[in-house]
Every structure is written in structure tokens, then in C-alpha cells.
Ligand binder design. Structure first.
Ligand SMILES: Cc1cc2nc3c(=O)[nH]c(=O)nc-3n(C[C@H](O)[C@H](O)[C@H](O)COP(=O)(O)OP(=O)(O)OC[C@H]3O[C@@H](n4cnc5c(N)ncnc54)[C@H](O)[C@@H]3O)c2cc1C
Length: 422
């Protein structure tokens, strides 16, 4: 393959910024990142990154900066609003032992800040307010046109523009459209002042008949808590008949009514958590509402000079906490394959897909399975679920099964160790 001199990256989320850093540092490729939004903003909230992702962030030299901002969460305690404590769930101790990295919960804006700082230190340009409107490929290059009339040309185009990717829709595979998972969530970040220590030291989750309520520390000092309430939510129908309007109406209803919804759930319980959870909801000021969409598997990920990474290729439900880590694995593999001077671009993309598809299939299946645990159930079925969780985790903990890595094997996957020859 002739040496690649220049890449255009569309999207300045985790995939785009990580790709910019890796390809610049490891492949010596000149990069320009184009971002739709007028300035660096995120959808808010906090995300969890498991050991497989933390290891890659460490290789990028970002680990210490992330650790200084996020909260290392080792376990989650599950509770019943009706029947007290259910189980202690180990999140990653076996994977931590194997990799040297644990689980970090960090505000999205902190993750983005750390990535953007690194990108600025390498003097990589990020242009905001850039909406892609067309892509044209020739045998020697690829040209992107933006809605302001400007264009740019490079050897390779990398679509990192998320689930609603313009690169995918305009160029790579317009047939793939996001599908609704049936689950939506509300979430917020609050100050932890005067709340019980149990909220600041580990995660706490509450199974209910109508979804999952969870709260976790998300800052190194423990002064901030992230909570979410994730539940089955039917597709809304609007007066206008437009799906987008329906979601906007639903968003407004959820945002206006979330305190009442959650208070009703809490009030139906009788445990010690009532007061704490009520206070958590009372002090919430801003709330986000997110219907969870995903991409059907099996779409195209590349053309001759264009490739999709991260959510643009394979957005999955967030219920395995792996979206960012999957994007990082994509980036590391692409960078590694591009170092092989013997491979042409189409060969690189074919190898990239052959290695990534089984892994993506495994993790999106896990995420969808975890998502189903949020579906509505009767109070009898909830009791059964709680009992099963109590019995299963009780046995797991008593027999020390975490030392066998059960449920954590996917967290030690190392994309740099995957065989890429041939
Ligand atoms: C509610 C929720 C909770 C989640 N929790 C977790 C979690 O705990 N752990 C985890 O690992 N993952 C989680 N995820 C998933 C995670 O957010 C994504 O997998 C991750 O952000 C993917 O990164 P990305 O860079 O591929 O896409 P994105 O983060 O979506 O970034 C895409 C970027 O491209 C820009 N863009 C979009 N269109 C264009 C265009 N046409 N032109 C230019 N730029 C464009 C966007 O503005 C954005 O900046 C969660 C997702 C949701 C919705």
C-alpha cells in the first residue's frame, strides 16, 4: 500500500478523538477532525469503562488523567425496595487482576476533556460546526463536502460520527438505520454532600417492577453521584404522526414527571433506602432522557477508502457498558493493520471486519440480554428475580467463583494480542 499521508475523521466523540491520536502517533498520518456540533459538548451523564477499555486508554497515556477525575468502582450492591439487601456483585476484580486495570465511572465531559487535551497537545486540528453532505471517492483519494460549501481531500476517510452517522447514511451503507431497543432512561448527576457513604464508595442498584434504578460515584473525590432509571418504554405516537415529534413529546413528559414516577416507586417500598433515594431525587436539578437505539448487525462498514468505527459501525445498547471500549478496540486494530505496508486499504478493511465482527456480535448480544432485565414484570415475577439473584450471587460469592473469571472473560480481551497475520 502506498504510504497514507492524510486522514479525515468525521466526529469528535471518543472514537474520533482516539483515532486521531492513535493514527497520528502510531501511523504518522496527518489528521483533521470535523465535528457537527458548534463546540465541544457531550450528552452529559457519566459512563463506565471496563478493564479492556482502561488498558487501551493506559496505552494511550491517558490513564492517570482519567483516574484523577473518575471513580474506581469495585462492586455494586443490589437491593430490593421491598425485601432489603439482595447481593453484592463484583464488577471486575478478576479482570483487574488479569489486566492491572479496574472499572472507572467518569463524567462524559471529563473523558472528552482528557481526550481533547491530548489532541490539542499533538496540535491536531478539530473543526466544529461541520455537517458532512457528500463523499466522493476516486482510485487515489476521497473528498468530503460540508454544508458550508467547504471541502477536504485525503487518502482515507474515517467515519466516527456515532449512531446517526452521516458517513454511513450518505456513503457506506444507507440501508442501515437505527432501531429502538424498547428501553429508555432518565439520568442525572448530583452532589453527594450529606448523603450516606454507601452511595460514595460503591454502586447501588434497585430492581423494580418497572425498570432498574441505580446510583454510582462518578468523581475521584466521591463528591458527585450519577444515577439513572432505565425502563421499558413503548414507542410514542405523536399527534403529527412523526416519530421524532413523538419522542420529543415523550421527552418533555419524562423530564416533567420523573420525580413523581420515581417517588411513586420508592414509596411503594418499605426498606431503609426510601429516605436516601427520596433525597437523591429531591436534589436532582437537571435530567436527561435517552431512548436507547442500536444498529442492526450486518451492515457494511467500509468502501474502498472509507471505514466506520465505534457507534457509526455498530452502536449497541449501553447495558454492557462497552460502547467506548468497543470504539477503542476498533481504533487500535485499525491503527495496527495500517502499519502493515504490504496490505492494500481494502485488505486492511476486510481484515478489520473479520476480526471485529465476532467480538461486536458477542458484546451486543450481552448488552441486549442485560437490557431485557429492565423490562416490566409483575410483583410476583420481581420477587422471583430477586430471589434468583440472591441465590445465584450468594453461591457465587460463597464459592469464590470470581476467582474463575466467570462473567468477566470478555473484560480481559486484548485487541493488541489478536493475530492479524494473513
Ligand atoms: C444513555 C447511554 C449510556 C451509555 N453508557 C455507556 C457506558 O456506561 N459505557 C460505555 O462504554 N458506553 C456507554 N454508552 C455508549 C457510548 O456513549 C458510545 O458507545 C460512545 O460514545 C461511542 O463513541 P463514538 O465516538 O463512536 O460516538 P459518539 O460518542 O456518538 O460521538 C460521535 C460524534 O460525532 C458527531 N457527529 C454526529 N454526526 C456527525 C456528522 N454528520 N458530522 C460530524 N460530526 C458528527 C457527534 O456530535 C459526536 O460528537 C452509553 C450510551 C448511552 C446513550
Amino acid at each position: 500500500m502506498p504510504t497514507l499521508k492524510k486522514a479525515i475523521i468525521i466526529g469528535a466523540g471518543p472514537a474520533g478523538l482516539a483515532a486521531a491520536l492513535q493514527l497520528h502517533r502510531n501511523n504518522n498520518i496527518a489528521i483533521t477532525v470535523y465535528e457537527l456540533r458548534p463546540e465541544p459538548v457531550t450528552i452529559g451523564g457519566a459512563i463506565g469503562i471496563f478493564p479492556n477499555g482502561m488498558r487501551l486508554l493506559h496505552r494511550m497515556g491517558l490513564y492517570e488523567a482519567l483516574l484523577a477525575r473518575g471513580s474506581c468502582v469495585t462492586h455494586l450492591e443490589m437491593h430490593s425496595l421491598q425485601n432489603g439487601d439482595i447481593a453484592k456483585v463484583d464488577m471486575s476484580s478478576w479482570a483487574h487482576q488479569q489486566t492491572g486495570f479496574g472499572y472507572l465511572r467518569i463524567c462524559r465531559r471529563d473523558l472528552q476533556d482528557v481526550l481533547l487535551t491530548a489532541v490539542a497537545e499533538e496540535h491536531l486540528p478539530v473543526s466544529y460546526n461541520k455537517r458532512i453532505v457528500s463523499v466522493t471517492e476516486s482510485p487515489t483519494d476521497v473528498t468530503v463536502t460540508f454544508s458550508d460549501g467547504s471541502t477536504d481531500t485525503a487518502d482515507i476517510l474515517i467515519g466516527c460520527d456515532g449512531i446517526h452517522s452521516g458517513v454511513r447514511r450518505l456513503h457506506v451503507d444507507p440501508s442501515i438505520v437505527p432501531e429502538y431497543s424498547g428501553i429508555a432512561g432518565t439520568q442525572s448527576i448530583i452532589q453527594s454532600t450529606d448523603l450516606p457513604d454507601a452511595l460514595k464508595t460503591h454502586g447501588n442498584a434497585f430492581m423494580t417492577c418497572n425498570g432498574l434504578l441505580a446510583v454510582m460515584p462518578c468523581s475521584a473525590a466521591g463528591d458527585q453521584l450519577f444515577w439513572f432509571f432505565s425502563r421499558e418504554t413503548p414507542i410514542p405516537h405523536s399527534e403529527s404522526g412523526e416519530a421524532r415529534d413523538g419522542w420529543e413529546e415523550r421527552r418533555q413528559q419524562e423530564v416533567a414527571g420523573y420525580k413523581d414516577t420515581i417517588r411513586q416507586l420508592i414509596d411503594s417500598g418499605k426498606g431503609e433506602w426510601r429516605e436516601t433515594l427520596t433525597e437523591m431525587v429531591n436534589r436532582t436539578e437537571f435530567i436527561g432522557f435517552y431512548p436507547i437505539f442500536r444498529l442492526p448487525l450486518g451492515g457494511k462498514w467500509s468502501t474502498s477508502r472509507t471505514v466506520l468505527l465505534g457507534d457509526a459501525a455498530h452502536a449497541m445498547q449501553p447495558h454492557a457498558g462497552q460502547g467506548v471500549s468497543m470504539a477503542l478496540e476498533d481504533v487500535f486494530l485499525l491503527s495496527r493493520l495500517l502499519r502493515d505496508q504490504e496490505r492494500g486499504l481494502e485488505d486492511v478493511f476486510a481484515k478489520y471486519e473479520a476480526i471485529r465482527r465476532p467480538r461486536i456480535m458477542e458484546i451486543s448480544t450481552l448488552a441486549a440480554k442485560n437490557g431485557r432485565a429492565r423490562r416490566d414484570v409483575s410483583s410476583w415475577r420481581l420477587w422471583m428475580k430477586e430471589y434468583m439473584a440472591w441465590a445465584t450471587y450468594g453461591l457465587y460469592n460463597r464459592l469464590g467463583l470470581e476467582s474463575w473469571g466467570i462473567g468477566q472473560r470478555h473484560l480481559v480481551y486484548d485487541i493488541d494480542q489478536v493475530e492479524v497475520a494473513v
